[in-house]
Design a protein around this ligand. Structure first.
Ligand code: NAP
Length: 321
């Protein structure tokens, strides 16, 4: 019997893929410097029994319609806003993601981004490297404290809780907002529930960690920024689409908020001349929340394991619900 065909939309290291070659016939996008183009994706997906995707691939109704053999789309990310899950379900195609394995790594990056923004680390590093450091002076590159401040986590899920654990090590007051209250976070982390409005008004650091859904799209809009304190710092490590970027730019320009740290953008990669990249009070990262070698390997392995399970007739480890 011939092996099932699996198409991998990114060039993954051979040591991760190799153990799976005995289970499937693996075909993989070969260029490291660019994502698969839509036509190639269409053509390959149409033949495949399993698809391993990353967040830049739009797996929509139109694509799935051509996939007569497809049984699983394994996304190498915890977010799955690039996949039309309903369109997959109605064709009995499983969709899986990679939760948990990236939680602590993404929380590290979120906290690092918050610290980098508050303490102006990127500006300070450039200042030294560009030979501008001539003197010590009392307020040179003075930032804002993190310890003993109030962090407001919007989206107190796996990553949100991991950020809260870090925040408690910095003696921060922890506020959070979800659609539903989380007793464990309140009991174990001393986190306090707030309505979104109250959190925005009280927090020194507003940290977005919700998924991107129709409900969270542009939830950080002009009204949300207007509610924040003038010295508030906004951190986004979830998805760029949760933010109205024009409103954010305006809020930063007019001093409605003090600064922003962004790992994600509405359009990625962001244009080099985008206004957010021209602002000293914005730290920008290229969507590297889960980007450590250890974690990326775990994500690749989990995605491949989910494909193996589904193609052998078992339940996947981490189905999208
Ligand atoms: P999770 O455990 O599902 O947590 C998501 C949290 O958001 C839940 O507590 C949920 O609580 C809350 N939420 C959902 N909809 C909401 C709404 N409308 N208003 C307020 N809260 C809402 O997910 P996770 O593993 O922590 O990951 C969170 C997100 O981080 C992912 O979806 C992904 O987009 C992003 N992420 C980014 C990176 C990166 O590289 N920057 C890496 C990993 C993940 P309720 O259901 O009670 O509302």
């Amino acid at each position: 019997m011939s092996k099932p065909i699996v198409y991998i939309t990114r060039c993954l290291p051979e040591d991760v893929v190799e153990p799976y070659r005995k289970h499937f016939q693996i075909d993989m996008w070969e260029y490291e410097d660019r994502p698969v183009d839509r036509n190639t994706l269409r053509e390959k997906a149409a033949q495949a029994d399993g698809l391993l995707t990353v967040l830049t691939e739009q797996v929509d109704d139109e694509l799935l319609e051509q996939c007569k053999n497809l049984k699983i789309v394994a996304n190498m990310a915890v977010g799955f806003d690039n996949i039309d899950v309903d369109a997959a379900s109605k064709r009995n195609i499983s969709v899986t993601n990679t939760p948990d394995v990236l939680t602590e790594t993404t929380a590290d990056l979120t906290f690092a981004l918050m610290m980098a923004t508050a303490r102006r680390l990127v500006e300070a590093s450039s200042y030294v490297k560009e030979g501008k450091w001539q003197n010590w002076s009392p307020l040179l590159l003075a930032g804002t404290d993190i310890h003993h401040k109030k962090i407001g986590i919007v989206g107190m899920g796996r990553i949100g809780e991991a950020v809260a654990r870090r925040a408690s090590g910095f003696s921060m007051d922890i506020l959070y907002h979800n659609r539903s209250r989380k007793k464990e976070a309140e009991d174990e982390l001393g986190a306090t529930y707030r309505s979104l409005e109250a959190l925005l008004e009280e927090a020194d650091y507003v940290v977005c960690l919700t998924p991107h859904t129709p409900e969270t799209e542009k939830m950080f809009d002009a009204e949300a920024f207007a509610r924040m304190k003038k010295d508030a710092i906004f951190i986004n490590a979830s998805r760029g689409m949760t933010v109205d970027e024009d409103a954010l730019i305006q809020a930063l320009k007019t001093g409605e908020i003090a600064a922003a740290g962004l790992d994600v953008f509405a359009e990625e990669p962001i244009d080099a001349d985008h206004p957010l990249l021209q602002m000293d009070n914005v730290v920008c990262l290229p969507h590297i929340g889960s980007a450590t070698k250890e974690t990326r390997y775990k994500m690749m392995e989990l995605a491949l394991e989910n494909i193996k399970l589904v193609l052998s007739g078992s339940e996947p480890k981490t189905p999208v619900e």
